[in-house]
Design a protein around this ligand. Sequence first.
Ligand SMILES: Nc1ncnc2c1ncn2[C@@H]1O[C@H](COP(=O)(O)OP(=O)(O)OP(=O)(O)O)[C@@H](O)[C@H]1O
Ligand SMILES: [Mg+2]
Length: 228
Amino acid sequence: MKELVIVDKPNSSFGEEIKKVRTNLMFSNLDDDMKVIMLTSSIPGEGKSFIASNLAAAFAQANEKTLLIDCDLRKGRLKKIFNIPPEEKGLSDLLINKKWKEEYKNYIQKTEVDKLSVLISGFYPPNPSELLASGRFEELLKELRKVYHIIILDCPPIVGLNDAMVLSKKADRCVLVANCEKTSMDVLEQSKNELLKMDVKISGIILNESEIHNNKYYYGHYYKDDKE
Ligand SMILES: Nc1ncnc2c1ncn2[C@@H]1O[C@H](COP(=O)(O)OP(=O)(O)OP(=O)(O)O)[C@@H](O)[C@H]1O
Ligand SMILES: [Mg+2]
């Protein structure tokens, strides 16, 4: 799992930054109402899945029973990050299964990280937004909230798609990932405003640098925003 820097190199600068994000999130949970955290960004490729995976592992390392859900039903990448066999089923398969309540545990994979489980995205459906907006997904999350301490939703980007907006209705907190080399401040501002319109609490913005320079992982800076 070469992208799980927090596991391989927990004391690297990237590892330390992810731990800071985890701590900030934990301390922002004063009312104890934070269970489902979504990660999204304005446009593709800003590092959502990379950060979501490392952040989920960081929560698990802090002894929180954590579930990471790949909500990118268009091109989910978590199965690659966690080396999950391609034949395994995922969220979209589960959302079309009428017996989801009895069978959902079979769709969730344990990972090499203690206390971290993953639900991969599953087959690519023709109607991703509808599946994510379905009452069944709502009920599934209600069930999962009883089982896990922290649930992280790795979401698609905001611009041009409705999926992240739909998911923001289901999350308690949102963390926005931004890559300064790829996204202009205007676009970032627009994304933030779209999320605020949906009434989701934005916990912060992670400035990520997705290029690997000199084989070093570049860390993101975390700004607490608190526009709630
Ligand atoms: N901080 C980082 N350091 C090194 N590599 C990174 C970093 N962030 C992202 N990457 C790499 O950049 C690529 C894109 O990242 P990732 O898939 O996480 O983006 P994404 O925002 O989830 O994309 P999509 O919108 O397609 O879902 C991946 O190869 C990932 O390993
Ligand atoms: Mg992704």
